[in-house]
Design a protein around this ligand. Sequence first.
Ligand code: HEC
Ligand code: HEC
Length: 272
Amino acid sequence: MWLRNRVGTLRSWMAIGLSLMLLGTAALVAYIYLGNALHGYAAESAILNDGARIAQSERTGIQACIACHGARGEGNRALGAPRIAGLAAGYIEKQLRDFARDPIKTGVTLDPIARDYSKTPRVQVDLTVYTPGVRRNAAMNAAAAALDNPEIHAVALYFSALPYQVEALPSDPETLERGEDLALRGKPEYGVPACTSCHGPNGRGFGDQFPPLVGQAPEYIIRQLNHWQTGARDNDTMALMRNVSDQLTDGDKINVAAYFANVAVSSQDAEK
Ligand code: HEC
Ligand code: HEC
């Protein structure tokens, strides 16, 4: 009897001790988890603050981003500056690096290295020869070259997180119909896939690789297509856009740009 009681008390003490230990562990885990979450949140908002500061500051001889792209990154048609609010951060970051890259240096340092191809397993194409892209625009070449990598990252995150709202631009029905045909069907007889097959089902963009076409000014879209044809923009992975642009007539460019500009978009529909 006495022994059984002692064992019983011992059991309850053990149970209490164990519960306390579990409670302690849980509290410690919660403390670490919450601490990390708060720390992550603080780090993220510090980067966004840096981004805001970079977006608003001039540098010697270079205007602030917002002087051309607008106070909220909404773009400025008169200056030919596209909307950058709400574009994928990875896309903005890539464009800034492409603008910043010196085309002459690129040619010298990145000549394909001579290899003994008999020893290289060939799959389809040689993906080991990689030439990073370049994009020419006097204003942007200077603006991007003045930033270091952490600054590029911060300013990209900042503009990417900004809300935006773009009104639809009216156009005549015939232009819109032709533009729609090209956007949704492509030009299969010339091997051009539908624009929406890469740029997302409604042209709203897809991931970091495929930028939105809706919510950009028609002149901007036309200018980019021309830049790929002339090589002023030569930064598209696997020449995807070069091959598309090369098959477009001047009329095609006008029609398709009018079609995408005819759609109203805002950051709110993007969340739906
Ligand atoms: C003097 C005006 C000017 C300034 C300052 C400027 N931009 Fe631009 N930006 C432009 C123009 C014009 C274009 C379009 C270039 C083209 O037609 O290829 C452009 C293009 C871009 C693009 C490409 C967008 C896309 O859809 O591909 C990004 C990203 C960008 N700018 C970010 C910035 C950031 C970030 C800053 C500040 C560090 C900045 N710009 C400063 C005028 C400017
Ligand atoms: C096979 C995939 C593919 C198809 C099809 C395609 N694009 Fe693109 N497009 C891309 C990629 C990839 C980029 C981004 C290139 C880069 O990294 O700068 C791009 C970029 C663009 C840009 C630049 C946007 C900006 O913000 O600067 C325009 C304009 C454009 N495409 C128009 C079109 C039009 C119009 C069509 C249909 C006629 C089309 N694209 C079809 C892959 C495609």
